[in-house]
Design a protein around this ligand. Structure first.
Ligand code: NAP
Length: 282
């Protein structure tokens, strides 16, 4: 098989194709709602990566009939001003979901800002209240974890009873993915920056999910031939090129199935975010 110029044996776990397959269903769900869902996205500063993630969300929202209000604030905005603004959005009945695009500038306390979002509008499921819920398998979960779950489901990859290794343990990505897998009945191993023997953590897994942000971290020596590899990492090389954490060229020669970057989890994260919004609207 040939994919993006690589000759390989692995099945490609295609996030764009999976998202496309779910889009019609999402449009129907939006049409069935009593009002048009409206998402507010707060961006502080003009980081180009944040801007491009927001652009992708706006494009998909337009496709499925969801309204997005994108509010861009100068990097110099004070924490008090942001908190006040979030409180205003909390009180605005026409807004169903609020996202604060991360990362925030250093002078702003991320936890304080996130925890100001009303839990019933917390579409990223990042407030302390939401974390308490999804940890117990209730309510919506962070979009990346939901996206990974749907990607695996679409390809008929069972999590129940499987050995899953998650590399990365951030509140935003690694930890929710690990909790999602655990709640789905997997035996989960979590590796992180203090893991002394990464290879023994990754090589034995049935499903390896990598969410670090270090291109080339996972190579042929970290994987086995029966493994499914999900690459969540996104790093920008130069102006245009996006790469994951997995060395696609070598790993795709060995494993059973692999998700590429771009075209893997990223597409599913956008889909899952709007599934979360629809769930909040109901
Ligand atoms: P983060 O907050 O920087 O967390 C990185 C995690 O990787 C940490 O848990 C860290 O361990 C661990 N780590 C660092 N170096 C390591 C190493 N050498 N070996 C093993 N683990 C190591 O980043 P994040 O927000 O979780 O994002 C991770 C990646 O996912 C980034 O590339 C980001 O762009 C991408 N992302 C993708 C999507 C998507 O939709 N595909 C969505 C969001 C984020 P410690 O906890 O010990 O520091």
């Amino acid at each position: 098989m040939c994919y993006a110029g690589f000759t390989m044996s692995a099945i490609i776990i295609d996030g764009r194709k999976t998202r496309e397959a779910h889009t019609g269903e999402l449009i129907a769900k939006v049409k069935a709602l009593p009002c048009i869902p409206k998402l507010a996205i707060i961006q502080v500063g003009d980081r180009s990566d944040s801007t491009s993630y927001i652009r992708a969300k706006k494009l998909f929202a337009a496709k499925i009939g969801v309204e997005v209000v994108h509010e861009l604030f100068a990097e110099t905005i004070t924490q008090t001003e942001i908190l006040k603004h979030i409180e205003m959005l909390n009180d605005d009945e026409s807004i169903h979901g609020i996202i604060v695009q991360l990362p925030l500038p250093g002078h702003i306390d991320r936890t304080k800002v996130i925890d100001t979002i009303a839990p019933e509008k917390d579409v990223d499921a990042l407030t302390t209240t939401s974390i308490g819920s999804w940890t117990k398998g209730k309510g919506i979960m962070p979009a990346t974890a939901r996206g990974v779950r749907e990607l695996l489901r679409f390809y008929g990859i069972e999590i129940l009873g499987k050995k899953v290794t998650v590399v990365g343990r951030s509140d935003l990505v690694g930890r929710p993915i690990a909790v999602m897998c655990q709640n789905a009945g997997a035996h989960v191993t979590v590796c992180h920056s203090q893991t002394t023997d990464l290879i023994s953590g990754t090589k034995d897994a049935d499903i390896l999910i990598v969410a670090v942000g270090k291109p080339g971290l996972i190579t042929a020596k970290h994987v086995n031939g029966d493994q499914v590899v999900i690459d969540v990492g996104i790093s920008r090389i130069g102006e245009e090129k996006l790469v994951g954490d997995v060395d696609f060229e070598s790993v795709s020669q060995i494993v059973k199935a692999i998700s590429p970057v771009p075209g893997g989890v990223g597409a599913m994260t956008v889909l899952a975010l709007f599934e979360n919004l629809i769930d909040l609207c109901r």
